[in-house]
Design a protein around this ligand. Sequence first.
Ligand code: ZN
Length: 396
Amino acid sequence: MDIYVRRGESFWYFSNLFNIPLQLIIDSNRDVDPNALTVGQAVKIPGYAAVDYRIRAGDTLWQIAQSRNIHLDALVLANRNSNPNQLYIGQMIKVPTRITWRIVQGKKSYDSRSFMNDVRRLESIYPFMKVPSIGKSVLGKRIPEAQIGNGNKKVHYNGAFHANEWITTPILMTFINDYLLALTNHSSIRGLSMLNLYTQMALSIVPMVNPDGVDLVLNGPPEEEPWNERVVEWNKGSIDFSDWKANIRGVDLNDQFPAEWEREKARNPTEPGPRDYVGEKPLSEPEAIAMAELTRKRDFSRVLAFHTQGKVIYWGFENLEPPESEAIVQEFSRVSGYQPVKSIESYAGYKDWFIQDWRRPGFTVELGFGINPLPLSQFDEIYEEALGIFLAGLYM
Ligand SMILES: [Zn+2]
């Protein structure tokens, strides 16, 4: 919600008036110098929406503020162009309304359009979260990265590397939404102060690495040629894409990283298809390149890649992982009930490459149990299991 500065006001005053942590107001207004506010300047107040209200007989601003549990001056501030002493029946005013509910409704077919709608809505309500793009898919769709927190410890989560594991995107988006809600409402999650985590961590989340693939699984082939014809051909003539893991060029994005890529190539299909094709070379695909560039640029202290399914957590690669990986995975296991697995015969994955090149903790978390795509009926159960891991990834 935007408000406009009056004489003598400060971020500190707005923080008290709206009961929103000062740091969140500062971070929502990075282009504003808090020590040099000018009259009439727009300031974003996170966690609020300005809701229209039509004045009825007998209304006063004082009584409207009382009934909605907001300060009278918050109401005056949101209606700077109307005279609070001269309300008339039928007049429309803005009522600052604290957002206490989830925006993200994850229990649905969550294609790239649903995803981007939620990204835009969260961005506008919680402007202290930044959501730049890290790149574009083959079909030109944005790959957004949510950045939450202004601390030093850099942690990264991602989802939907694999198209038919798209449920990982709404699971991550629900966590982002719950984190933001807890911050603006001074609440904790499972006893953890999220504001403390916010000041200590810089959390990076790429909820949908493979938007073209997700849309293929959920909506069928794209209209664009040559992909419209090719994907059906690579899918052996079938228009049922529920087994599809790859990007739109039939390359498995989690087989694209320069970590024993040749070994992965030797054991996998040699042509584009629904799954396991490694591509012509490592990092040939724009989605994989975007993830590699982000990871190099940001120098994360740990990464967690969310997949489905199996209720297992892979935490090793060629014995290159640091000793702390084992302690961390034990905590992940404790809070989720998932089984730690050190490694399997598999190479060239994102977490493999991270462990190999940084020698820091990297994990592949296989959420849920069943046949991909996992049914939405599992959503709540998966979220509860994943939530423990999301939080442990921050406090461990
Ligand atoms: Zn996967």
